[in-house]
Design a protein around this ligand. Structure first.
Ligand code: NAD
Ligand code: DAU
Length: 341
């Protein structure tokens, strides 16, 4: 099987590419990636010399680039997206373009080929904030940020190609991933690297928003199961059932990294900040026999160790585009911040 992995130079896509090639000697993987600020060729260095791997630098909104990369591919796994909620609040245009229009361009190229599966990687954020219980696949979608709304648009469009044209689409909705190679704008890598540098850890609001934390390897294993055995038209939640408030995550990071609690700062909240996400993953467990394997503490220890051993990777990022991004997002809010509550 040859798989097209779009967005394969990003966090989850690069972890998935490495795992897919390692566990499946008969597979070939093509990566198509625009190399935005979040995509990095060095994330793929481990597979660069593998003859089963090839890389195309291109945009999923560009139909010529997509046709070229998709040639000979049996399946597509679409990770390519703008992914950071805070950036989508600042400017949603690239989110609508990549996360919806990009999906359309991919689907149009895909439906010409008689291929096996179009796997659209979506997110638990499409359900919106869930005060009680857990979101099931049949629940109403209620996306509340421009990022979540764009992802909902992308997956609904993909499913419409299944209903209308019989394109073999499958959608997965994963919870918050963490692990090696995550761009340090997201909570876990930002706080791990700030803790290592003795910089403030900026918690939004009261720090009690909670997420269901999924180690990236567990996510990638679930996607491999879906690719192998899922029927077209299905939607699967993917989560580890490991709910933690942002304060709990912060405490654990500080403990594992051996940093001081005095680094914690409470800052002005994210607008429209979803309070809680929680997924019911029984469908994936029962139909495909998958369960999450990595407990949160163990995953976080592996993550902290990776950032400690790969300082050069994140220092390069943090001294580039990121520096101005961080200043504009955090400098003002940190001025009015308070410490440990
Ligand atoms: P990321 O931001 O680390 O990587 C995104 C990748 O997509 C980058 O390599 C980037 O260069 C590429 N890309 C962006 N626009 C593109 C375009 N127009 N054409 C081609 N490539 C483009 O993201 P991630 O955290 O690895 O997320 C991957 C996917 O998983 C996304 O679809 C995201 O919505 C979804 N997801 C992420 C999480 C999470 O916690 N990180 C959870 C659930 C779902
Ligand atoms: O739930 C899945 C989603 O998880 C993915 O679809 C998104 O691509 C991914 O970015 C992530 O979205 P979140 O908004 O949940 O992730 P983020 O790391 O930005 O924030 C996690 C929580 O931490 C959230 O409650 C906001 C809070 N936070 C975040 C940052 C960056 C802070 O308190 N301070 C921060 O500096």
């Amino acid at each position: 099987m040859r798989i097209l992995v779009t967005g394969g130079a990003g966090f989850i896509g690069s972890n998935f590419t490495r795992m897919a090639l390692k566990l499946n000697p008969g597979w070939k993987v093509t990566v198509l990636d625009k190399l935005t600020y979040a995509g990095r060729r060095e994330n793929l260095v481990e597979v660069e010399k593998d003859p089963r791997f090839r890389f195309f630098h291109g945009d999923i909104c560009d139909s010529d680039a997509v046709s070229l990369a998709m040639k000979d591919c049996d399946a597509v796994v679409n990770f390519a997206a703008e992914t950071h909620v805070d950036r989508s609040i600042h400017d949603s245009s690239s989110f609508v373009r990549t996360d919806i229009e990009g999906v359309r361009v991919l689907l149009e190229a895909f439906r010409e080929g008689g291929r096996r599966m179009f796997l659209q990687i979506s997110t638990d954020e499409v359900y919106g904030s869930v005060e009680h219980g857990r979101s099931g696949e049949a629940d109403r979608l209620d996306p509340r940020s421009p990022y979540a709304a764009s992802k909902a648009g992308g997956e609904l469009l993909a499913m419409s190609y299944f209903s209308t044209y019989g394109v073999p689409v499958v959608v997965t909705r994963a919870s918050n991933n963490y692990g090696p190679f995550q761009y340090p704008e997201k909570l876990v890598p930002l706080f791990v690297t700030n803790a290592m540098d003795g910089e403030p850890l900026p918690l939004y609001g009261d720090g009690l928003n909670s997420r269901d934390w999924l180690f990236v390897d567990d996510h990638c294993r679930a996607l491999l199961r879906v690719l192998e055995d899922s029927a077209p038209g299905k939607v699967y939640n993917i989560g580890a059932g490991q709910e933690h408030s942002n304060r709990e995550v912060t405490d654990l990071i500080l403990e594992i990294a051996g940093a001081s609690r005095e680094l914690v700062r409470y800052i002005e909240d994210r607008p429209g900040h979803d309070r809680r996400y929680a997924l019911d993953v029984s469908l994936l467990e029962e139909e495909l026999g998958w369960t999450a394997e990595i407990p949160f503490r163990q995953g976080l220890e592996r993550t902290v160790a990776w950032y400690r051993d790969n300082r050069g990777w994140w220092e390069t990022i943090k001294s580039g585009e990121f520096r101005e991004y961080y200043r504009s997002m955090y400098a003002g809010r940190l001025e009015g911040s308070v410490g440990e509550r």
